[in-house]
Design a protein around this ligand. Structure first.
Ligand code: NDP
Ligand code: MG
Length: 331
């Protein structure tokens, strides 16, 4: 079991007299920056001119500066841009101003772990990664709580990189929820695997396969939608609150018996074997290389795949049905 760090294990004094430059004011940027400010830390925001997030930073009482100026001013430079744009911005606007003794910081390990960004040896390199979306990072902090965080140290010329990571985590409320120490490799590989095999890839494919099986057998698509997509939320909420056992206590005995005897037939040995392959492609850098090249090529294949999924029957049926379910905040 992992060691957990809480408020008492982290000291904001470590950040005293230091300035935090947060680069980007999007999902994570707005939340982390506002939390840092409310924790009494000295923050400056670095943004490109004229982008939409400039206005929202101003609306929250900040005066954003250019990415170059923020990097120059910051002792800790925390990059919160989309992972696929970080490399270009880092090379042109951040790297030239990363002087000895500064700390370069991230909320996801991808670019450091896969060596897309190779920082100078005389800067500390850390990660503080909240395990939740930005809006929750902000709303929990405001309520007095905090979203759990992962921290990691990649480079530590100062010898104090871990204290910086813990202090940053405390500043955004992470030590209220609990902080786990990891490595850039472990965070990156588990994060990619989770989103590919289970959270985004696995569950979408499972839902589509179930929906198609019913529709191809002649059942009405609306019923297939309710059974295979809509009700997933009810089940996931039970997992979230109390794990597998809580879900099994809440459903009927028939459902539980079907789960225990049929589930392993759906996710059988061949699926587990494929999951191992997917993990290997993450570990050996094959996936990262493919994704970096996809972006360099302009994302043509990515956009094609996106559009194809938007045209699926399950998406059309779902849209119709959700319009009549007024308690759902339709997207
Ligand atoms: P966002 O997509 O929300 O970042 C948007 C910000 O990046 C805006 O300020 C935007 O500025 C700026 N930006 C976008 N493109 C460019 C560009 N080409 N040049 C300069 N600025 C640009 O990112 P997230 O907050 O989702 O992710 C940030 C980091 O946090 C990533 O490393 C991600 O992996 C990590 N993370 C994200 C989580 C999440 O909840 N989303 C959870 C945990 C970690 P503008 O308004 O000018 O476009
Ligand atoms: Mg993740």
């Amino acid at each position: 079991m992992a060691t957990m760090y809480y408020d008492k294990d982290a000291d904001l004094e470590h950040m005293k007299g230091k300035k935090v430059a947060v680069i980007g004011y999007g999902n994570q940027g707005h939340a982390q920056t506002q939390n840092l400010r409310d924790s009494g830390l000295d923050v400056v925001i670095g943004l490109r001119q004229g982008g939409p997030s400039h206005e929202s930073a101003q609306a929250h009482g900040f005066e954003p500066v250019s990415i170059e100026d923020a990097t120059k001013a910051g002792d800790i430079v925390h990059i919160l841009l989309p992972d696929e744009v970080q490399v270009g911005v880092y090379e042109k606007q951040i790297a030239p101003h990363l002087k000895k003794g500064k700390t370069l910081s991230f909320s996801h390990g991808f670019n450091i772990h896969f060596k897309e960004i190779v920082p100078p040896e005389d800067v500390d390199v850390i990660m503080v990664a909240p395990k939740g979306p930005g809006n929750l990072v902000r709303s929990e902090y405001v309520k007095g709580g905090g979203v759990p965080c992962l921290i990691a140290v990649h480079q530590n010329p100062s010898g104090t990189a871990k204290y910086t990571a813990l202090a940053y985590a405390k500043g955004i409320g992470g030590t209220r929820g609990g902080v786990i120490e990891t490595t850039f490799a472990e965070e990156t590989e588990t994060d990619l695997f989770g989103e590919q095999a289970v959270l985004c890839g696995g569950i979408s494919a499972l839902i589509k396969a179930g929906f198609d099986t019913l529709v191809e057998a002649g059942y009405q698509p609306e019923l297939a939608y309710f059974e295979c997509m809509h009700e997933v939320k009810l089940i996931v909420d039970l997992f979230y609150e109390g794990g597998l056992s809580h879900m099994r206590r809440a459903v009927s005995n028939t459902a539980e018996y079907g789960d225990l005897t049929r589930g392993p037939r759906v996710i059988d040995k061949s699926v587990r074997k494929e999951m191992k392959k997917i993990l290997e492609e993450i570990q050996d850098g094959k996936f990262a290389k493919e994704w970096v090249e996809e972006n360099k090529a302009g994302g043509e294949n990515f956009n094609y795949l996106r559009r194809k999924e938007e045209d699926l029957l399950i998406e059309k049926v779902g849209k119709e049905l959700r319009q009549k379910m007024h308690w759902i905040d339709a997207k």
